[in-house]
Each structure stands twice: as C-alpha cells, then as structure tokens.
Write a protein that binds this ligand. Structure first.
Ligand code: SF4
Length: 296
C-alpha cells in the first residue's frame, strides 16, 4: 500500500518531503503522530464539552502556520515535549478517555498525520469506542486527505479563517485558502451530514465551522457569513469566536483585539441571515484562558 508520508502531499502545501526518511516539510513533522497533550477539555462549544468534557488529543505541528496562532507553542513544533504515538497507542488513549467519561474524542490538528490517525480511529472503533469522534482543523485541508476519515469521523470542526487572499497571504502565506477551505468543508458536510444533537444536548454528528474574528476583519467576516449561510443554511452550525488575543510577536493591526462593536455587529449580521445553529462567544473570552497548559 502507498505510504502517504513518502513524497508527502497530505496538505495543500504539497511539499513532497519524504518524511519516512527523516525529512520534513512546511509542517516540520515526522512520519508518526507527535502528541503534546491528552486531556478532558472544557473550552469547546457547550455541545462538544458538555459538563463532563471533550476527550481531547492535541497533535503537534500545523500546515497552515498563522502568524497570530493562539496555540503557537505547539503548532510550530516539534516542541521536544511531544510523545510519539503509533495508531495502537492512540487507539488505547481514546478508549481511556471514553472510560473517563469524555463526551467525544476531539482530535486537534491531526491532518498532517491523517493516515496514522485514521488507522487509530478504526482500531478504537473495533475495540469498543462508542462516543463520537471529532476532527478539529484549520480548514486548509485537501479533500483527498479528508476522505481518509470517511466513515470514521462523526463531527468536523474546521475553521474558516479568511475570505480574502490578501489576509490569507499576509497572515498564513496561503493565497488559495478560501477555495481550499470551501472544498474541504463540502466534503466534511457530505461525510458528517446535518448538525444533529442528541437528547442529552450534545453533538452526535455534523459540522461546526468556526470563524475567529480578526482585528480589522469586519468585511472579511461578513463575506464568510454570507458564504456559509447561503450554501448550507442551518445544515451546519457556525461558531463566531471573539477570543482573538494578540501574541507577543503580533504587530500592526494584529497587535490589538477586535472591538466589541465589531463582534456585536457580526453577531447581529449572523442572526439577520436566519442562522439559528450558531454559537456566539462571549466578548470577554480571552484566547489565553482557552489555551491548555502545553509543555508541562
Ligand atoms: S503535511 Fe507537512 S510535509 Fe506534508 S505536504 Fe503538508 S506541510 Fe508538507
């Protein structure tokens, strides 16, 4: 069978790095999953975290690399603290989280390890994993890679970060972000179907598209709301996030938090589109509060 870590084209960067021989590409990651943290996490949307927490696995590395990344301490890894985990050990970790009462398994930024992570989910399901499995990702994902999870993943939580190529180029060096993200979300919706809550109020299947409001991004955010509401209506959920917190390295426009007025305007705009499947984050939320203690 083809080893997708050889001549790696798992993400839109299509570096072609032979990760099986120790080379790395843009994501800087080896050919095995590096896991920074596994824990019950309470910082997701209420339909994901619930009261007993989301069984979250934080992978190191990212193929998007936003300059303002709120998880930069692990996204630009390897940190040196990451644990090498094969599909079998990952599968065991999911079953442990289920045992601890997790509402779901929440795989954070797994796409650059997709073949191994897909195998781990299949192993866990065969060994008795019953809770939903969620993939939490940047939205800068290839349809071919998302398809590796077909039949294995119940919930997708992609970001849709940018509409304009100006922002996606400047902040993530990804001028093609919007088109790539649209195709990826189409595939995620095809796989996961309509946003469906159980009688316990928790999400069982479907797609939550997250949009982090950026400073100076009012019109970009409106275009994203226009696109998502016209294409999917309430078949998906839209999560409007106002937790942007400038990282120490952020300069210029990115050095400040978006204003409360901008966030309120966007919340009203989303409501005006008839979007009832929506989460609006409290303006007072800070990215720092949402970020787990990595590297400890
Ligand atoms: S997953 Fe990593 S190595 Fe592979 S194409 Fe993307 S950035 Fe390059």
């Amino acid at each position: 069978m083809e080893n997708l870590f050889e001549n790696c084209k798992l993400c839109p960067r299509r570096c072609g790095a032979d990760r099986t021989s120790g080379k790395t590409g843009f994501c800087r990651m080896p050919d095995y999953p590096l896991v920074n943290l596994i824990k019950l996490h309470f910082g997701e949307e209420p339909v994901i975290s619930g009261s007993s927490g989301s069984g979250t696995v934080f992978f190191e590395g990212c193929s998007l690399g936003c300059v303002f990344c709120q998880n930069y301490s692990i996204s630009r890894g390897p940190t040196g603290f990451g644990k090498k985990m094969d599909p079998s050990s990952l599968s065991g970790a999911y079953l442990d989280l289920q045992e601890q009462g997790a509402n779901n398994i929440n795989l954070v930024t797994p796409m650059h390890f997709a073949p191994a992570v897909a195998e781990s989910i299949a192993l866990a399901k065969n060994a008795g994993l019953k809770i939903p499995v969620a993939v939490n990702c940047s939205g800068y994902d290839l349809v071919s890679t998302v398809r590796l999870f077909d039949g294995l993943v119940d919930i997708y939580m992609p970001d849709m970060k940018y509409f304009s190529p100006k922002f996606s180029s400047e902040y993530s060096n990804a001028p093609d972000y919007f088109g790539v993200c649209c195709s990826a979300i189409d595939e995620m919706v095809r796989q996961a179907g309509e946003f469906t809550l159980g009688s316990d109020g928790l999400l069982k299947k479907g797609v939550i598209v997250r949009h982090l409001i950026l400073p100076g991004g009012l019109f970009d955010s409106k275009h994203i709301i226009d696109y998502l509401t016209s294409r999917y209506e309430n078949k998906i959920c839209i999560s409007l996030m106002s937790q942007y917190t400038p990282m120490p390295s952020c300069t210029g426009r990115l050095a400040q938090k978006p204003s409360k007025r901008t966030c309120d305007t966007l919340a009203d705009y989303l409501a005006s589109k008839g979007q009832t499947n929506a989460f609006i984050q409290e303006y007072e939320s800070s990215g720092n509060e949402m970020i787990p203690d990595f590297n400890s």
